[in-house]
Design a protein around this ligand. Structure first.
Ligand code: NAD
Ligand code: AKB
Length: 318
């Protein structure tokens, strides 16, 4: 469970989730034990040891794990849905080989515990769209979704075959004010706040009715930490857990922003990301996460919008 002395490696620590996750882990562990790894240095994490590391370099990864005596890995390096469609073969390579490199290290007992995120992208157009259950039809139509679905099966296999303690969440679209999103279909729900504050207008690449599952980053980080610190026997799903926060479409978030910035206007120019959004669920049923490790989201649309505008305003005025 919780050993304060464990050395932790976060791979992809400079990304949207990595920065906030590393900061949150700094509160639970000594920051000198939380090692941030990425392709380039991370200015936002001045208190953590940094390793320049390419997850595809198996030897460098092994050396890094040995050098620091790493016990837990959070593997966040990946190409997301939009960038993945533009670079499909590399997305498959990065998303799959990166995961294998970590699972193999865990299989050889060099690691105690692994976190690897999946996504709502594992679902596809034939999945029930509303209140999508944990176990259902999964025919993803993006390279990203295919890589996440395959990754889930491999996590489950390494757990069954070798007892690898790998834990995973199917994150919805994540919205936070501390870090920028890195190439997903749900990125509009972060960009909209920056543009609302700067120009009071935003042109959205998804249509007004594109309802998707979303979550405040604070909730997602808390879920990740709760899952990773839950007792081993409570984790009954070793593929990946459904996780629900809130659901909204561009029109609904724009209307909520308008309550704070009355002059705000949204317009729509859809692109290839609309088809990706159309293939994903509108809302998620996370009964298993709730039952197995007591998950519960805190933010709704009203509190999320309020929190984002307040914090981005403060950040801009510094
Ligand atoms: P991101 O793109 O913001 O960050 C990824 C980080 O990985 C970047 O800092 C990048 O430099 C680094 N990276 C890329 N290639 C690397 C390599 N070869 N070696 C080492 N580092 C490398 O992504 P994110 O939004 O923080 O997502 C992290 C994980 O969570 C991904 O697996 C993603 O699929 C998953 N996820 C994210 C969301 C979301 O809304 N952000 C939702 C569902 C799932
Ligand atoms: C994306 O849009 O690609 C990500 C995700 C939901 O996996 N935010």
């Amino acid at each position: 469970m919780y050993n304060k002395e464990d050395k932790i490696l976060i791979i992809g620590a400079g990304g949207q989730i990595g920065i906030e996750l590393t900061e949150a882990l700094n509160k639970l562990y000594d920051s000198s034990n939380v090692i941030a790894a990425d392709l380039k240095p991370i200015a936002a994490l001045p208190n953590n040891p940094f390793e320049k590391l390419d997850i595809l370099d198996k030897d460098a990864l092994f050396n890094c794990v040995k050098k620091h005596g790493i016990k837990q890995v959070y593997l966040l390096a990946a190409l997301l849905s939009a960038t993945g469609e533009q670079n499909p073969l590399f997305a498959w390579k990065l998303n799959m080989e990166g995961l294998f490199n970590i699972l193999e290290l865990a299989k050889e007992k060099h690691l105690k515990k692994v976190f690897w995120p999946s996504s709502i992208a594992v679902f596809g157009p034939t999945t029930p769209r509303n209140n999508t259950p944990q176990f259902t039809v999964m025919e993803p139509s993006t390279v990203y979704g295919i890589s996440k679905q395959a990754g889930e099966r491999w996590c489950n296999w390494y757990f069954n075959k070798y007892g690898v303690d790998v834990r995973s969440i199917r994150y919805p679209g994540l919205i936070g004010w501390k870090s920028a999103p890195g190439g997903g279909t749900t990125d509009y729900a972060v960009h909209i706040f920056y543009e609302a504050l700067k120009k009071a207008k935003y042109t959205c690449f998804l249509g007004e009715n594109a309802t998707l599952p979303m979550m405040h980053m604070e909730d997602a980080i808390r879920a990740t930490i709760e899952l990773m610190h839950a007792p081993f026997e409570n984790i009954k799903i070793r593929s990946s857990y459904n996780l629900s926060g809130l659901s909204f479409n561009p029109k609904e978030i724009a209307n909520e922003i308008k309550k704070h910035i009355p002059s705000f206007e949204i317009s729509y120019e859809t692109d290839f990301r609309q088809a990706i959004a159309d293939s994903w669920p509108a809302s998620i049923n996370d009964k298993e996460a709730h039952e197995h490790w007591a998950w519960k989201a805190h933010y709704n649309l009203e509190t999320l919008v309020q929190n984002m505008l307040t914090n981005l305003n403060k950040k801009n005025s510094k």
